[in-house]
Write a new protein. Structure first.
Length: 352
């Protein structure tokens, strides 16, 4: 009686130990593994269609899906990344050489403020104008330096990036080819009822697809629209600012406005009222409308999570896991809610 208990406990300890050890082995390539899994989930419907046309050629179907993934996702991202690195490097060099002076820009805005606005800032104890200027200048310098540093890191870690990229593509091929069998084997290993396993698996897949597609569509739309208006208005580095707006659009409601808002204020404060009004109207009526219309439809509707849960889980995920957290956070939140639903009794019908 005691021997089977000891055997089961030993087996459980060994299972936990080797799982943790395997996780430690994979950790240096956790980003490549994660995005390989995400891309496999996203492109699995396309792979199934190809496989239906060539049921006896699983390798070819997986290879064609991988090629389509390269053309549709990875190649455009690489081209945008190259342009971003170039514009960020130019911006940083102009900042270092003094051609671009954030302090002068801030001083122009402060000088254009009416007397009542300056006195209001003083009454609010927002420190002196010089200190405000210094802080805003520091923020601008740090932002440019951050972009240039990241660009330099990419150049210095080219070998590591190439290896991780190769691991992702290699893993993606086999996940596309053998993904259904691996998922079925994983479901058999989980000690839950079949109904619960199907529910959790469906929730996991749905949240990943909705989060990635929804956030990326919103980010891409806002980045393209923002970069376009910056290019039309003659603002230097439209690709860099467009990418920044796309990244910040992961923060709902105010994300992209953190970029175009200060630029619109600068235009109006320096006498370029027409450009400032155009940018403000475009930012609120076009860029903001994309966020207000697409995000609830693409993210909240499919995940069936409240907007505040999506927002908090996205911010928390990015704080813990970096950029990939915009997917990991909502997935954890959705699984948390789904598992608690398994244990909680159904709501009682409302009685008047």
């Amino acid at each position: 009686m005691i021997a089977p208990v000891i055997h089961n406990r030993t087996l459980l300890v060994l299972l936990i130990a080797v799982t943790l050890a395997f996780g430690a082995v994979l950790w240096p390539f956790h980003g490549a593994v994660f995005w390989g899994v995400v891309l496999a989930i996203l492109f699995n419907p396309l792979h199934r269609r190809l496989l239906a046309r060539m049921p006896r050629r699983r390798n070819l179907a997986a290879f064609l899906t991988l090629c389509l993934c390269l053309v549709m996702v990875i190649l455009p991202v690489a081209l945008i990344g190259v342009s971003l690195v170039q514009e960020a490097s130019v911006t940083y060099e102009r900042l270092r050489s003094g051609q671009m002076n954030y302090g002068a820009y801030v001083q122009q805005v402060l000088s254009a403020l009416p007397a009542w606005a300056l006195s209001l800032l003083d009454r609010l104890h927002l420190t002196s104008m010089a200190e405000v200027q210094e802080r805003l200048t520091s923020v601008g310098a740090q932002a440019s330096q951050f972009l240039a540093t990241k660009a330099l890191d990419v150049g210095q870690n080219t070998l590591q990036f190439i290896v991780s990229f190769g691991v992702m593509l290699y893993l993606l091929f086999f996940l596309l080819r053998d993904g259904p069998r691996l998922a079925a084997r994983l479901r058999r290993a989980v000690p839950l009822d079949d109904e619960h396993k199907r529910e959790l698996s469906a929730k996991f897949t749905t949240v990943i697809r909705a989060t990635v597609k929804g956030n990326i569509v919103v980010a891409a739309a806002q980045g393209v629209l923002g970069g376009l208006i910056f290019w039309l208005l003659g603002i230097q580095g439209p690709v860099m600012w467009g990418v920044l707006m796309a990244f910040l659009s992961l923060l709902p409601a105010v994300g992209a406005g953190l970029i175009w808002g200060p630029v619109a204020i600068y235009f109006m404060a320096t006498g370029a009222t027409t450009q400032g009004l155009i940018l403000t109207a475009y930012g609120v009526g076009v860029i903001g409308l994309v966020d207000n219309l697409l995000r609830p439809l693409l993210v909240g509707k499919d995940t069936k999570m409240p907007d505040y849960v999506v927002l908090i889980s996205t911010l928390g995920g990015m704080a813990l896991f970096g950029l990939t957290g915009f997917v990991i956070g909502p997935v954890i939140a959705a699984l948390f809610m789904a598992i608690w639903d398994l244990f909680s009794p159904p709501d009682e019908p409302h009685r008047p």
